[in-house]
Ligand binder design. Structure first.
Ligand code: ATP
Length: 252
């Protein structure tokens, strides 16, 4: 999907189809607390890159940073645009869509209205209808609940709605911050099954996770963040074979 509803981008990175997101030496502090230290991360066209790490490692801070919500040191480039000097509206307009850990749903609005709000900036009504159908195919539980208020849904259903709403915004890069947190295994499976079809639509994905198994199952490449620093990177295959990852994050 993507680009169909968005004004054409002429920059080199888009034209060459290579780097979507490039973070270089990113530093973020909250007063005296340093949350990110010298983080480098690269995400290529169509890739799913996962940033894994324990509580407080800095995953949400990284998502907030690349989405232009925090002041930072270093450089973050999205499609060749420097995030620090690009407005949030422009980032969203160019397809950087953020599904936050808090989900940010409109609790007193129903499922379909929440979904349609995700497409507020898109004029192409055919696209919106088509994408709504895609989201309902992806999450049939949402289609069964089109008129149910978001606040009355289970945590898992709300997570599906949050992802669905992000998809309605025609993402080029979808940033998913800990989508599996607190979910029962059966719901986790529903979320898991949605990942491949989203990638098949041509969407690049940055996924943060504490659930290392989930990340290993879906990522093309991974970065392990601890105390604000990237301490390991590699493919899932490489990280599965890593003693430290196995002992610390996969229970030996
Ligand atoms: N608004 C804030 N003010 C002060 N410190 C903050 C703020 N937000 C985050 N921090 C601190 O920055 C560090 C990184 O937090 P962050 O939420 O980015 O980690 P995380 O990996 O997303 O954790 P979790 O998995 O628990 O959500 C933590 O020490 C946290 O207390």
């Amino acid at each position: 999907m993507s680009s169909q509803t968005r004004s054409g981008s002429a920059d080199a990175a888009t034209a060459s189809g290579s780097i979507v997101l490039e973070a270089t030496d990113v530093q973020v502090s909250y007063g005296k607390v340093t949350a990110l230290r010298g983080v480098d991360l690269e995400l290529g066209e169509g890739e799913l890159v996962s940033l894994i790490g324990p509580n407080g490692a800095g995953k949400t801070t990284f998502c907030d940073t690349v989405n232009g919500f925090l002041p930072f040191g270093g450089s973050v480039q999205y499609r060749g645009m420097e995030v620090g000097s690009t407005s949030r509206d422009e980032l969203v307009d160019r397809g950087m869509i953020y599904c936050t850990e808090e989900r940010d749903l409109f609790g007193f609005m129903d499922v379909e209205d929440n979904l349609r709000l995700g497409a507020y900036a898109i004029d192409d009504e055919d696209y919106v209808d088509q994408q709504l159908e895609f989201v309902y195919d992806l999450f049939p539980r949402l289609e069964e609940r089109t008129e149910q208020n978001a606040r009355s849904m289970s945590g898992g259903e709300q997570q599906m709605l949050a992802i669905g709403r992000a998809l309605m915004g025609d993402p080029d890069l979808l940033v998913l911050d800990e989508p599996t947190i607190g979910l029962a295994p059966v719901i986790l499976e529903d979320i898991s099954q949605a990942i491949d079809p989203i990638q098949e639509q041509g969407v690049s994905i940055l996924l943060t996770e504490q659930n290392v198994t989930f990340a290993l199952d879906h990522a093309d490449r991974m970065y392990l963040l601890e105390n604000g620093e990237v301490v390991k990177t590699g493919t899932p295959e490489q990280l599965r074979g890593d003693d430290y990852i196995r002992e610390t994050y996969l229970g030996g």
